[in-house]
Write a protein that binds this ligand. Structure first.
Ligand SMILES: [Zn+2]
Length: 244
């Protein structure tokens, strides 16, 4: 019975921890200018052998911004060391390094656990993005988010450079015309300069479709069906076009 309830409380704690981590959000959201952190900790217990363990934590932008470390003393069920406020202060001041120690304040209902039953020393290093990097990352995140919202299935980065052919979006006829004229003018200019054939695209050479070097696969991999891509929408030819 005792075992069972121990296990249950352990599982409940794990579950609660997981939820708290998720609720904390990501480092990239909470601290967008942080490129990474390294947190070194030494856990002490107030016994004859005071060092309980060493722990090193690498934190990345994709990590949860959760810095509440459980007290490792078995009997201490509600104790923790919360480095969150320390880290928040450091980031606020763009500090690169910080050291300190902290006592566990849990276990108050346990007589055998004195107020000094556990502590940690911590040593935190934080690496920051430069302002320019931070801006670029923010812009990328915003773009990714926008893309996700409008089209949840599509990969964010197109694998190949795409021709700026209007897809689903219908260009305004006036804009279409303007674009055409601009293109014509550009190609004229280019033609005048180089006396090149008209069709040569002005600047960007069409991306070479690097032919796969490997000879055609023999029998290999008939299994993988090509990932289902939404078939390109065939937009019905616009009737208004007849006017031109
Ligand atoms: Zn404790």
């Amino acid at each position: 019975m005792a075992n069972m309830s121990n296990r249950q409380s352990y599982l409940a704690k794990q579950d609660a921890n997981k939820k708290s981590r998720q609720a904390a959000g990501l480092v990239s959201d909470k601290f967008p200018n942080v490129e990474g952190m390294v947190i070194d900790m030494v856990y002490y217990q107030n016994l004859s052998n005071p060092i309980l363990m060493y722990r090193k934590l690498n934190v990345f932008p994709a990590s949860y911004a959760y810095f509440k470390m459980d007290c490792m003393i078995k009997e201490c069920e509600d104790g923790f060391f919360d480095l969150g406020p320390v880290i928040k202060e450091m980031v606020k001041g763009r500090k690169k390094a910080g050291k300190g120690s902290m006592k566990c304040k849990g276990g108050v209902n346990r007589k055998e656990l004195g107020p000094d039953h556990a502590s940690i020393d911590y040593d935190i290093e934080i690496k920051y993005y430069t302002a320019a990097e931070a801006r670029r990352i923010q812009a990328e995140l915003a773009a990714t988010k926008a893309a996700k919202e409008s089209e949840p299935v599509k990969p964010v980065k197109p694998a190949k450079p795409q021709r700026p052919e209007p897809k689903a979006v219908q260009e305004h006829p006036k804009r279409k015309k303007a674009l055409k004229e601009a293109a014509r003018a550009a190609s004229k200019k280019a033609a005048a300069k180089k006396a090149a054939p008209k069709k040569a695209a002005p600047k960007k050479a069409a991306p070479k479709k690097a032919a796969p070097k490997k000879a055609a696969p023999k029998k290999a991999a008939p299994k993988k069906a090509a990932p289902k891509k939404a078939a390109p929408k065939k937009t019905a030819p616009k009737k208004k076009a007849a006017r031109r």
